[in-house]
Design a protein around this ligand. Structure first.
Ligand SMILES: [Zn+2]
Length: 437
């Protein structure tokens, strides 16, 4: 069907969806943290229900450690705050439904509104829908909205119109993709179409971290390899395919060998790097003895070492010349990202500025970012995350999906900053999108 017809079909279908159930509505209240404010006098103000209760100061001190049990049965974490009498928190909440063989991910803007002395009020308004056709095509509809640097406002009473993912930005502002459901809270029971179930959709996919459920659905419907990968239980490979938007796997025969040998890949990007080193150094990558290692990181280290040995034969002079030549191409391609500085005060994250920096980063972190020629990857951006000038992790961002594909500390391990780094990069993805556009 033509796109324009599909758009009209979706606009039409969106008017026929049932209202969300009471259960789905009730669940929306639980996505907010159980918090409350206390005063030294012993007053406790619950943000879940709005109750104001009183506690004897001595016991209050115990509550501050253990948390306070409100009469609404929520176990509150208490925070001191004497100034605020009004508090509005908002979150995006999604439910996964089906309609006429389509998937529809319906997103609601949920607010928890507290005025001291009144019961807590919850509002829930549907604001956009991501529709996924049986062929894996995505169509988005949303209510009208306005936004600027520090504000965002939905107009709940407006009609749905067709939208696109905001892959680039306008004007001076860095704008996030409004219709990316990755960070949303989800109602835990998903309705899934028969086709997606047949293709292998399961709970394990719903639990994959830092990835959009919409992208997972599209990948499973569109890729000729994804179904096999999921049915073989290789969820980390599937996750890697979605994050880097790779619909075709070049090592499919190896996946089948893994499957026959009950070998589960827990770290897909390291696994495929290892395979490519083995391939480049003439190892038999059809032999399960090599490609199903008990210790993947060890195997990766060995494969990298033997690659380096071969590479060492190339004289230093040639290597330098090679780096210089390759650097010209790298700088030309990635220069526009060099000015980006991502920081939260402690962490500082920056794009590698030359091929020589790839050599340094790889040497001091003991990983293969240089050997595997990540600087040649057109769709990848490599960043170095540092604390006080010390390298913490190397981050790969996909320029196709604008997601973090991987983030690695020394020897491919993770640092204490791992989650913070991923979240910080994701939060600042607008800067990268903007430079890319
Ligand atoms: Zn309460």
């Amino acid at each position: 069907m033509e796109r324009i017809n599909l758009n009209n079909l979706v606009l039409e279908m969106s008017t026929h969806l049932r209202p969300i159930s009471e259960k789905e509505k009730e669940y929306a209240k639980t996505i907010f943290p159980s918090t409350g404010y206390y005063k030294k006098s012993g007053e406790v103000w619950c943000h879940c229900c709005g109750n104001i209760e009183y506690q004897i100061p001595g016991i209050l001190e115990v509550d501050l450690e253990l948390g306070y049990q409100c009469s609404c049965l929520n176990h509150l974490i208490l925070e001191q705050n004497q100034q605020k009498d009004n508090l509005t928190e908002s979150k995006y909440y999604s439910v996964v439904h089906t309609y006429n063989k389509w998937q529809v991910i319906r997103t609601f803007y949920v607010q928890r509104i507290n005025h001291k002395g009144y019961p807590t009020k919850y509002t829930i308004n549907e604001v956009y829908q991501n529709w996924v056709s049986p062929d894996g095509e995505e169509i988005i509809v949303s209510k009208r909205y306005t936004r600027g640097v520090n504000f965002f406002k939905w107009y709940y009473d407006t009609e749905y119109v067709i939208r696109k993912h905001n892959k680039s930005c306008n004007g001076y502002y860095v704008l996030e993709d409004v219709f990316d459901v990755t960070g949303n809270y989800f109602y835990p029971d998903y309705n899934i179409t028969r086709k997606l179930r047949k293709y292998g959709w399961c709970k394990a996919i719903e639990k994959l971290p830092y990835v959009s459920v919409v992208e997972c659905m599209k990948m499973l419907l569109v890729s000729r390899h994804a179904e096999t990968i999921v049915k073989q239980g290789q969820y980390d490979v599937f996750l890697w395919m979605v994050r880097s938007n790779k619909q075709d796997l070049e090592y499919m025969p190896q996946m089948n060998i893994c499957h026959r040998n009950h070998y589960v890949i827990t770290d897909a990007s390291i696994y495929f790097d290892t395979l490519s080193f083995m391939n480049m150094t003439g190892k038999d990558i059809h032999n399960p003895k090599f490609i199903c290692p008990d210790d993947l990181y060890k195997a990766h280290e060995i494969a990298l070492a033997s690659y380096k040995k071969i590479e060492k034969k190339v004289t230093e002079e040639e290597k330098r010349k090679k780096a210089e030549k390759e650097n010209k191409v790298y700088v030309k391609e990635k220069e526009k990202f060099f000015g980006i500085r991502i920081t939260d005060g402690e962490l500082s994250i920056q794009v590698l500025q030359s091929v020589l920096e790839f050599i340094d980063e790889g040497d001091s972190m003991h990983h293969c970012v240089y050997e595997n020629e990540y600087y040649k990857k057109k769709d990848s951006l490599i960043l170095s995350a540092k604390v006080n000038g010390e390298r913490m992790e190397t981050v790969e961002v996909s320029l196709k999906t604008f997601k973090v594909i991987q983030s690695r500390a020394a020897c491919n391990k993770t640092s204490a900053y791992h989650n913070r780094i991923i979240e910080l990069v994701n939060r600042n993805m607008g800067l990268i999108r903007r430079a890319a556009s």
